[in-house]
Design a protein around this ligand. Structure first.
Ligand SMILES: *Cc1c(COP(=O)(O)O)cnc(C)c1O
Length: 433
């Protein structure tokens, strides 16, 4: 499979180049030259297949013979080495739990696949691979844990000071020496800008073998399609085949993966995009201009993105037509107050505790159901474990949150971070030192 740039449909690269370059030189985003079509038989029999079987089939449709199939099978199995169950809350709503990986967030899927694909390709060369990643919280932990122990790699993770939770900070700062946590005195967009400047710095790119681990990397999107199929498979087994997904969104990578899954043949009826008050997409689908704004801090901090970088991929999938996008996606925004009320009411009705991002998706699912009087099965994607956001919960709910042992163990480790201003020359010197 070849990949092209959204800015130039005639510019093609191999999977390997798309993975290592992350961003095409023309600053578009890579997309597969065509969305692979899965055969009818596979789709009709999803409910008879295991998660591994489903994931491998999908991965192979993208990767083709760029990675030998026994290696790809290993990569896929290591990627999804934890469950992704659909939980029926018995109040008409369903939750797809994507937080059972090592960083307790759905970004483990993308990060684990990407790090293993990079490690596979990197074995062919011998230059140190410098991975740069900006995080609003969850990407960093997933990437750090994904690259932990991967030889010949060095990871620099930039995170905004005071804007990640204590569990997130622990996950970022308690890793091996090849993982460097950098606390930037600024917000997520400042972090992302520093990374972008580094990639656009021709001289720096001559000296270092830079690559990005952000959600813009095509190898992050591929594994995120897996769990849409797997959720569908679980629901089909339960006799539910009219499925709608509600996706809590920041950079919109997760939703992009869902739309790609649908194009591959998964019969999803509709998508709901859920945002916090960083609402450039809901505004756009309401008819306003696409107007990126500085990120605002909210309780669902992994979704505090003012300029969603995957939006151009979604635009590309729909040939630039806002009308077509709006047919496929309904978008809603929610305030912190609504988010907190949702956490409380889900807990009251079902005894279930959801993280603030999940709560936003749950709210959007309810809003959509009310708006269209739909009795289809709406599944809210649960993107993180609630223990990552202890400050969000009331005392009563907070007491009920169970922190997994793996997180408890991090508290015993010593934490290291490097503090830096949001200033490019300083960051550049650090990378070269
Ligand atoms: C990253 C993240 C999101 C947003 O996902 P995008 O793919 O950037 O839209 C939502 N929830 C959590 C917990 C996240 O870490």
């Amino acid at each position: 499979m070849k990949f092209y740039s959204t800015n130039n449909p005639l510019y093609f690269v191999s999977f390997r180049e798309a993975v290592f370059q992350s961003l095409p030189v023309d600053k578009g985003l890579y997309m597969p030259e065509q969305i692979p079509q899965l055969d009818r038989h596979f789709i009709d029999n999803l409910d008879t297949l295991s998660f591994e079987e489903i994931a491998f089939e999908i991965a192979q449709a993208f990767v083709e013979d760029d990675i030998p199939s026994h290696e790809l099978r290993r990569i896929v199995e290591e990627t999804i080495a934890f469950p992704a169950p659909v939980v029926d809350l018995k109040d008409g709503s369903h939750i797809l739990e994507l937080f059972h990986g090592p960083s307790l967030a759905f970004k483990d899927f993308g990060a684990r696949f990407m790090s293993r694909v990079m490690a596979y390709f990197a074995e062919e060369g011998d230059r140190l691979l410098d991975v740069l990643v900006a995080t609003s919280g969850d990407t960093g932990g997933a990437v750090a844990l994904g690259f932990a122990g991967v030889p010949n790699t060095r990871v620099s993770i930039l995170f905004p000071k005071g804007k990640v939770s204590s569990v997130q900070e622990l996950q970022l700062c308690t890793n091996d020496a090849n993982i460097r946590a950098i606390e930037i005195d600024g917000n997520f967009d400042d972090c992302q800008n520093l990374v972008k400047q580094a990639f656009n710095d021709v001289d720096l790119n001559h000296q270092l073998n830079l690559t990005s681990a952000n959600s813009i990397n095509i190898s992050r999107l591929i594994p995120q399609t897996f769990y849409y199929f797997w959720a569908f498979s679980q629901l089909k087994k339960a006799g539910k085949e009219r499925v709608i997904f509600s996706v809590p969104s920041g950079n919109f990578g997760n939703l992009t993966a869902g739309l790609i899954a649908q194009r591959m043949g998964l019969p999803v009826k509709h998508f709901v995009a859920a945002t916090n008050t960083n609402d450039v997409v809901p505004r756009y689908l309401d008819g306003e201009d696409f107007q990126p704004l500085p990120a605002k801090a909210t309780l669902s901090n992994a979704m505090d993105v003012g300029n969603p970088s995957n939006w151009s991929r979604i635009t590309e999938l729909f040939g630039g037509s806002r009308i077509e996008i709006a047919k496929a996606i309904s978008a809603y925004r929610f305030s912190d107050k609504e988010t907190q009320e949702a956490i409380a009411s889900v807990y009251q009705q079902s005894g279930y505790i959801c993280c603030p991002h999940t709560a936003v998706a749950w709210l959007a699912a309810q809003r959509y159901r009310d708006a269209v009087a739909s009795d289809d099965t709406i599944v809210a994607l649960s993107t993180a474990h609630p223990c990552k956001f202890p400050d969000v919960f009331s005392e009563r709910i907070g007491k009920e949150v169970v922190t997994p042992n793996a997180v408890q163990a991090l508290k015993m480790k010593s934490a290291r971070k490097i503090e830096m201003d949001a200033d490019y020359p300083g960051f550049r010197d650090f990378l070269l030192s």
